[in-house]
Structures are given as structure tokens and as C-alpha cells.
Design a protein around this ligand. Structure first.
Ligand code: BYC
Length: 332
């Protein structure tokens, strides 16, 4: 699924070369919407840019388990609990696909996790906000997973094969997540006045951080131009943000909830929804580590990693034993 021919007898993955920036084969493949695969020659900068984005994406998936994990023990029914557990498990699976995709570029998973734990690699700002009520599970599913879908569907056409293929499955699962969030909010919105107020409060708190998930505005996005030229990103941050707003406004109406933006209005000329100014200083502060839950999220992640050391040791010992017993089976 993620790569091609990763057997130990094949040539190593590191056929990268700095001077391939002008490489005609590489650029021709990109320009014809073809796929770059792990053993194809690629510029070192392309490889590093992909590792950066895929690693941040993988870290976001596993940190993203925490805000929702917070509500597994307090879900209002057995059915809700089972659905939430399945969703949180899906996020772990997404992390797995993405770390595997990064490995096809020669990255080492332990190194990537170390960079997360020491603050040298980022994860999405959105997961540094607290989940205060059950309605937050609805708002996360509807808005956060909704934003994730808008951002990630174009990544299914990313020029790097293993990332694009991982995204196909991730997007299918995100669609289910988005629908379950919408359904939670729909139930609350049509429930008692207190439940409706709880749903509205959650949407009020998650709306602006969801818009920030798309990253800084285009003029302040250092990576976009190159990522688009290389077919990694297919749309800019602002284009995807606008698409998300256009998609979400009618859904809010269907839910009977309002979006907390007095400047939101239909623009008949542009045929898009105009929206108010985003406070990007908040995004930059959260990215720097100053969001409401950054310290808590990282402490929990480091603790989980330390407590899982014995599992990694046991898995490595088992893999080594299998390799010694039957080298052919071990790589199959
Ligand atoms: N939070 O030049 P830019 C999910 C960083 S998973 C934190 O525009 P780029 C889900 C950016 O990394 C959600 N950092 O960057 C999971 C860059 O820093 P570096 C995650 C952010 O890469 C579980 C710098 O700011 N989704 O939805 O062109 C449960 C300048 O930005 C953020 C992905 O990762 C942010 N919001 O564009 C439920 C999708 N925004 O690396 C849901 C894949 C920007 O230069 N990633 N930064 O030090 C992407 O599509 C792109 O990487 C981004 C940013 C649009 C996020």
C-alpha cells in the first residue's frame, strides 16, 4: 500500500540528489500528474519537505486521540461510547499509515517521535484546545474532521504515491467521523434547550480554531509555493479555508446552529461566503506552545511513550526471533 519493493535485497531508498531540482524526469512526472514512488530519484528538498509534512500530519493524528479520548469514559450511552472508541482507534490507525508513509522516504519512526517529544516537529494547533462538554465530540467530528476532509481529499492526488494512497483510506474514515459529529450535534440541537445551548457553545468555541487548522494566510505561508509546484499541495491554505466555510455554512443552518461570526455573509459576486478576520496571532501562539492544552498534551504523549517502551521491546525481540528462525517469512 505505502511503497514499492521495500525488500532488504532491493537498492536502498536514498537515491536522492540535491542537483535534481532541474531533473527533467522528476519534473516531467510531476507536471504530467504522475506519481513519485519511494525508489524514484527525487530532490533532497522534495524528500525533506514531504517528511516534514507527513510527520506533522502523523503527529497530529496521534495527539488528536487525546481530546476525544477524554470523553470515552463519559459518553452518554453504550452506543456513543462504542462509536467514540472506534473513532479514536481510527486516529491511531491514521498515525500508523502516515508514519509508514514517512518511512518509505527513509525517515526513522523513532527519530520522528523523538522530534515530536522534544518540540522539534509540530502537530496541528487544533488539538491544543480543551474538550469541555459532550457536545465538543460533535463539534470536533463536524468541524475538525470536516476541515480535515477538505484539506486531505486533495492530498489523495499528492505527487508522492505512498502519501496519496494512505490519504485515500484516511479520507474514507474521516467522512464517517464527520457524519457522526454532525449527528451528535443534530441530536443535541434538537433536544432540550440546555442541550441546544451546549451544542451552540461547543460550535462557538471550535469554529475559529477550525479555520486556523488550514494554516497561516497564503502571504505568510513559506511552504505553499514550493509544495504546490511539486504537486504535494494542490490548493493553497486560503483556498481550502474558503472551501470549508462555503461547505459548512449551509450545514450549520441544517443543524439549527449559528456560526460565531457576525461578518459571515453570502457574496453574490464571488459566489462565496465572506467571513470575518481570523486572529492569526492566536494560531502562532498555539503553534509556539502557548495554547490552552499544549503542555498537557505533550506531557501525556511523553508518558504514554515511556509506558509503551516494553511493548516496543517485545515487538522488536519477536521480530528478531522471527528473522532468525525464518528470514524469508520475516520480510514477507
Ligand atoms: N498547526 O507554510 P505553511 C486531523 C505550520 S489531523 C500547527 O502554510 P504547509 C485530525 C507548518 O507546519 C490535522 N502548525 O505550511 C486528526 C509550518 O511549519 P514548518 C493535521 C501549523 O505545510 C485526529 C508553518 O506553520 N492535518 O485533522 O504548507 C482527529 C508555516 O505553514 C499549522 C495535516 O497535517 C497548524 N494548524 O501547510 C481528527 C494535513 N498550520 O513545518 C482530525 C497535512 C501551519 O515549516 N498538512 N503550521 O516548521 C497540510 O496540509 C499542511 O502541512 C498544512 C500547513 C496546511 C497544515
Amino acid at each position: 500500500m505505502y511503497g514499492n519493493d521495500l525488500s532488504p535485497t532491493a537498492s536502498p531508498v536514498t537515491r536522492n540528489d540535491d542537483n535534481l531540482e532541474d531533473d527533467t524526469d522528476f519534473q516531467a512526472t510531476i507536471d504530467s500528474a504522475g506519481r513519485i514512488e519511494p525508489r524514484d530519484a527525487m530532490p533532497e528538498a522534495y524528500r525533506n519537505n514531504l517528511i516534514r509534512q507527513i510527520a506533522q500530519h502523523a503527529h497530529s493524528e496521534i495527539i488528536g486521540m487525546q481530546p476525544e479520548g477524554n470523553w470515552i469514559s463519559r459518553a452518554p450511552s453504550l452506543k456513543r461510547k462504542a462509536i467514540l472508541m472506534a473513532k479514536v482507534q481510527d486516529e491511531a490507525g491514521h498515525g500508523l499509515y502516515l508514519y509508514a508513509a514517512a518511512e518509505t522516504l527513509g525517515a526513522d519512526r523513532a527519530d520522528l517521535l523523538d522530534m515530536l517529544h522534544t518540540g522539534r516537529q509540530k502537530y496541528s494547533s487544533i488539538f491544543n484546545y480543551p474538550t469541555l462538554t459532550w457536545a465538543d465530540m460533535g463539534a470536533i467530528g463536524w468541524l475538525v474532521d470536516g476541515a480535515a476532509i477538505v484539506n486531505q481529499v486533495p492530498l489523495c492526488r499528492c505527487s508522492y504515491g505512498p502519501y496519496a494512497r494512505a490519504m485515500v483510506r484516511v479520507c474514507k474514515e474521516e467522512s464517517f467521523h464527520q457524519r457522526q459529529g454532525f449527528e451528535i450535534l443534530h441530536t443535541l440541537s434538537n433536544g432540550t434547550p440546555a442541550q441546544h445551548a451546549m451544542a451552540q457553545d461547543a460550535v462557538d468555541r471550535w469554529w475559529w480554531p477550525s479555520l486556523m487548522m488550514f494554516g497561516p494566510p497564503d502571504e505568510a505561508s513559506p511552504n505553499t509555493e514550493r509544495s504546490m509546484r511539486w504537486g504535494v499541495k494542490r490548493f493553497s491554505n486560503d483556498e481550502l479555508r474558503q472551501r470549508f466555510v462555503d461547505m459548512t455554512v449551509p450545514q450549520a443552518e441544517a443543524l439549527g446552529l449559528t456560526l460565531p461570526d457576525p461578518e459571515l455573509r453570502w457574496n453574490a459576486e464571488s459566489e462565496h461566503w465572506d467571513f470575518g478576520e481570523i486572529d492569526f496571532t492566536e494560531l502562532f501562539e498555539v503553534i509556539k506552545g502557548n495554547g490552552p492544552c499544549n503542555a498537557q498534551r505533550m506531557a501525556h504523549r511523553r508518558r504514554a511513550h515511556d509506558e509503551g517502551a516494553w511493548v516496543r521491546e517485545a515487538a522488536s525481540a519477536y521480530a528478531a526471533k522471527r528473522a532468525a528462525d525464518d528470514p524469508v517469512q520475516a520480510v514477507a
